[in-house]
Design a protein around this ligand. Structure first.
Ligand code: KIV
Length: 270
């Protein structure tokens, strides 16, 4: 499994890969492909739980999904994404929520959507042995405040604030930093300025690695952002499989002889 240290060594030499996964079968596929990190993202709210945003995702749901992913993962580092308000309110509660992701769900690290409020929490978690991945730029848990899922760091002032927060989280001990939906030149400068690996999504080619939401990669999403890429048509394959089953049952082709067993000892049941 890549460790915090090996990831940091990889940065700059080789691209770091991260994908989301929310269940055991897909985690096994992602892991076998040699992806470095599996993020059990709170994007599960939209991707698998049928919500319109990530906000309703609970700690319990995250713990259960993280445990399923961890059970199916042999090599990748598993990162549990901390849900909205599971951190940042009360420090003790945040530590317990994060700690249980490692103790009970067997995550290797947690990710926090970061801001000024997560600097000292990051420091405390790291002190306690909980590796923290920071996340700056578009932080979807703030979409009510941001007014939508817009690009962040688009002027010098906000880009400068992002850089300050990036170094503050590095100093606090974060082992990596996700940069979401920021101009590529801003991501490049932040990557240059910090020693921890940056992993971009909609942040251009100059970060140390890339992350995407698995549903977008699979072609399972009805809508996906312009910076994403569909690398397969899994939805099309699933649709074909389901209509194949329906047609075979309706036509009487399924179940066939090889799918059935008849007990010769049984004559007539009273
Ligand atoms: O929840 C998620 O999937 C994420 C990634 C987009 C980085 O936070």
């Amino acid at each position: 499994m890549p460790t915090v240290r090996t990831l940091q060594q990889k940065a700059g030499d080789e691209e770091i890969t991260m994908l989301t996964a929310y269940d055991a079968p897909t985690a096994a596929i992602v892991d076998s492909a040699g992806i470095d990190l599996i993020l059990v993202g709170d994007s599960m709210g939209n991707a698998v739980l049928g919500h319109d945003s990530t906000l309703p995702v609970t700690v319990k749901e995250m713990r259960s999904r993280t445990a399923a992913v961890a059970r199916a993962t042999d090599d990748a580092m598993v990162v549990a994404d901390m849900p909205f308000l599971s951190y940042g309110v009360d420090e003790g509660e945040a530590i317990e929520n994060c700690g249980r992701m490692l103790k009970e769900a067997e995550a290797n690290a947690v990710k926090l959507e970061s801001g000024p409020h997560t600097v000292s929490l990051t420091e405390r978690l790291v002190e306690l042995g909980i590796p923290v991945m920071a996340h700056l730029g578009l932080t979807p848990q703030r979409f009510n405040q941001l007014g939508g899922y817009f690009r962040q760091g688009t002027d010098e002032e906000s880009a400068g604030e992002m850089l300050e927060l990036a170094t503050a989280h590095e100093d606090a001990g974060a082992f990596a930093l996700v940069l979401e939906h920021v101009p590529s030149n801003v991501a490049a400068q932040i990557t240059e300025a910090v020693d921890i690996p940056t992993i971009g999504i909609g942040a251009g080619p100059d970060t140390d690695g890339q992350v995407l939401v698995l549903n977008d990669v699979f072609g399972m999403s009805d809508r996906s952002p312009y910076f994403s890429e569909q690398f397969g048509d899994v939805k099309g394959e699933m649709e074909q499989a389901v209509s194949g089953f329906r047609d075979a049952v309706e036509s009487g082709e399924f179940p066939a002889k090889e799918h059935s067993y008849s007990e010769d000892e049984i004559d007539e049941i009273y």
